[in-house]
Design a protein around this ligand. Structure first.
Ligand SMILES: *[C@@H]1O[C@H](CO)[C@@H](O)[C@H](O)[C@H]1NC(C)=O
Length: 559
């Protein structure tokens, strides 16, 4: 890893991966192409962290002799005996625009393998790596690679690979050395600011609208209900009692499938807290300067926030009168891990078939399983027990009737299915431009660093989601349909369906990915991302709505 150097100290050039330029996740070991390594063999294989192993980092020593502040003139470090098979491998790589990645002192360097001429008949390999390394004091702060020495690939020839190293004094501060990899003109584009501003206006408008509608209608409702209270029985029979008050005996009836419902809500709360904490950590610390640290942090935070899952899932399940709480805890704890691991497992098969470096090593799989069973599960148990004991009592403002009320016929647009479909549109509208930036940084290796934006968007998304689900629920209850729990969850979660549809658009119009591996990787992990987003939005929507429902039924007098 990165460290201060003394003069003439060895500087290691690590070769990482090679792969098609348009398929950024389809990577192979550098030496899976018939490149040759330098003669130096002092360093064994690099030991990866968990995050690196999961991201397919495959560092291997290049064998090049580089010493701090020691110039190297063009030197041949090895030769390739180009037989037919090796030539074909290179030609294939060049045709698919392969590029490779290396690291010096944690700074990434990219280079392309070769070039084809215009009519695509002759293929050339770049054989000369010209390294220019900038240093500031005893630190390496800047690395540039120039590829030169184009050699035509002719079978049964020898190709000599060479390198040179130049050292330059640089004024770049060590803390700022990653700045040149950031792309402010992309991330701080006017569109980005504009979209945030836009969503923000939408939030203000929406919150104003929702509070106005609710204040006025609810006040009218209360007035009507209290007038009805004063009427005698005769009048009341003739009077038109209707609206949400009618379902007071059913509104706190446990949802259907309470076990899976509370597991979803618990998981959603956990995802929300993970997102919040990871974004805050990323805002405070520049996680992008260390390979795989984002993923490692996310896994750590996920494991550490397991009590949140247990608390909310367990207490909701207890409130709904569930008895199989151990089963609920297992399902809640393993819902997300199983979904992620299942997808990873499936993609792993394809990666192994392709010999891609994304194939997850066996040891890493064991480590992940250990985290699930020995960290996530016990912490979940703690959360569940706390949740059941601290807030597991069903202290609802209204009693639940023994017999469920029949749900009256209503207009088609009041059907839960329609409400669910429409509910996701506004939340999706508030985030889809940010989605573009997140997708682009993930799928095209731009480094995402504007976590302040992301935080704002998360807050906006939550507010919009809560507002929308409250309105949806109000209409639903007013139509005397008391199945609000799943409806509020799903109407918020449907945001994810729109995000997944957007990811299709993004794939076909914004990327040039191809091939089975990259395609399944893209759609597999997009599905995971969308589902997680959906569960999060659903939980946030449900939480907001349940507070709202509690509030309106507390204020009305039920006879
Ligand atoms: C690398 O290239 C950039 C841009 O061309 C230049 O500003 C910088 O000085 C170079 N660094 C070194 C060490 O040569």
């Amino acid at each position: 890893c990165s460290k201060p150097y003394t003069d003439k100290e060895e500087v290691v050039l690590w070769m990482n991966t090679v792969g098609p330029y348009h398929n950024r996740q389809e990577t192979y070991k550098y030496f899976s192409l018939p490149f040759c390594a330098g003669s130096k063999k002092t360093i064994s294989h690099y030991h990866e962290t968990l995050g690196e192993a999961l991201q397919g980092v495959e560092l291997e020593f290049s064998g090049l002799d580089i010493k701090f502040k020691e110039e190297v003139m063009q030197t041949t470090y090895c030769e390739i005996d180009l037989d037919k098979a090796k030539r074909d491998a290179f030609v294939y790589a060049i045709k698919n625009h392969y590029w490779y990645q290396m690291y010096i002192d944690d700074l990434p360097i990219w280079g392309i393998v070769g070039e084809a001429d215009e009519n695509g008949e002759d293929h050339y390999l770049w054989t000369y790596k010209k390294l220019e390394i900038g240093f500031n004091g005893n630190r390496i702060v800047d690395v540039n690679l120039t590829s030169e020495g184009k050699v035509r690939l002719v079978p049964n020839t020898r190709i000599s690979m060479s390198y040179s190293v130049k050292w330059k004094k640089s004024d770049v501060k060590f803390e700022d050395r990653f700045d040149k990899y950031l792309d402010p003109s992309f991330f701080q584009h006017r569109i980005h600011w504009f979209s945030i501003f836009n969503s923000f206006m939408m939030v203000i408008f929406l919150v104003g609208l929702v509070s106005m509608i609710l204040m006025r209608t609810l006040r009218k409702d209360y007035a009507r209900y209290s007038k009805e209270e004063e009427m005698d029985d005769m009048d009341r029979d003739l009077g038109d009692e209707y609206g949400w008050k009618q379902v007071h005996g059913d509104v706190f009836r446990p949802s259907s499938h309470p076990l899976i419902f509370s597991s979803l809500i618990g998981s959603g709360c956990q995802i929300f807290s993970v997102s919040l904490i990871v974004i805050i950590v990323a805002m405070v610390e520049d996680l992008y300067t260390e390979r795989g640290s984002m993923l490692s942090t996310a896994i750590f935070v996920y494991a550490a926030t397991s009590p949140v899952n247990g608390y909310f899932g367990g207490s909701l399940y207890a409130k709904q009168g569930g008895r199989r709480w151990i089963k609920q805890m297992f399902i809640g704890a393993f819902l997300i891990p199983a979904m992620v691991c299942g997808t990873a497992f499936f993609i792993n098969f394809i990666a192994i078939y392709y010999h891609a470096s994304r194939a997850i090593p066996f040891g890493t799989m064991v480590a992940v399983c250990c985290i699930c069973f020995f960290v996530i599960l016990p912490l979940n148990l703690v959360g569940t027990i706390l949740g059941r004991n601290l807030s597991g009592q069903p202290n609802f403002p209204c009693r639940v009737n023994a017999v469920p009320r029949p749900i009256p016929e209503k207009k088609w647009f009041m059907e839960p299915a329609v409400i669910v479909c429409l509910g996701g549109i506004l939340p999706f509208g508030s985030i889809f431009i940010e989605m573009y930036f997140i997708f682009t940084s993930f799928w095209a290796y731009k480094i995402y660093y504007v976590y302040g934006f992301m935080m704002l968007v998360l807050v906006i998304l939550c507010i919009v989601t809560v507002c929308v689900t409250i309105v949806c629920t109000y209409f639903l209850l007013n139509a005397e349909d008391y199945r609000w729990q799943w409806t509020s969850f799903l109407s918020a979660a449907s945001t994810a369906v729109y995000v997944y549809m957007y990811s299709f658009y993004y794939y076909f119009f914004k990327t040039k990915m191809y091939g089975l591996f990259q395609t399944s990787f893209y759609f597999g992990y997009m599905a995971v991302f969308s589902t997680a987003l959906g569960i999060m939005c659903g939980a946030v929507g449900y939480m907001g709505t349940s507070a709202f429902v509690r509030k309106i039924y507390t204020n009305v007098k039920i006879d």
